[in-house]
Design a protein around this ligand. Structure first.
Ligand SMILES: [Zn+2]
Ligand SMILES: [Zn+2]
Length: 127
């Protein structure tokens, strides 16, 4: 689905990029949990507690690579964890990965990255 590399942004290309980005943003946060709950048994992957009914609120979707924007529909990046085990999982990860002096790298994937540049190629001059 790649028709052209780089060039003048042409209106309908830009529009479709925006639409795709908006769609992805709109779908991501709410949908992956429901999908994960359809794919996996309602059991915490750590402590093995199982959930049903109202308790299901305590079962959360963990991202194995800790990237919340990585949501393959086959569920390969998801793991169902109860809120307690989920919390522990993140504490452990942060302890492991926090650099002692600074936190400069933000690994957050931004679907709009590059969009600015595309929309207005080179005009620092007129603000
Ligand atoms: Zn658990
Ligand atoms: Zn998590």
């Amino acid at each position: 689905m790649r028709s052209c590399e780089v060039g003048k942004p042409d209106a309908h290309v830009v529009e479709s990029i925006i639409n795709t980005a908006l769609l992805e943003v709109a779908m991501k946060p709410s949908n992956y949990r429901e999908q994960a709950l359809k794919l996996f048994p309602w059991v915490c992957g750590r402590c093995g507690r199982d959930f049903e009914g109202k308790q299901l609120r305590e079962l959360t979707v963990h991202h194995k690579d800790h990237n919340h924007n990585n949501n393959p529909s086959d569920g390969s990046n998801w793991e169902l964890l109860c809120i307690y085990c989920h919390d522990q999982e993140h504490t452990r990860f942060e302890t492991m990965h926090t650099s002692p002096d600074r936190e400069e790298h933000q690994g957050t994937y931004n679907p709009f990255a590059g969009l600015d540049r595309l929309l207005k190629p080179d005009d620092d001059s007129e603000t």
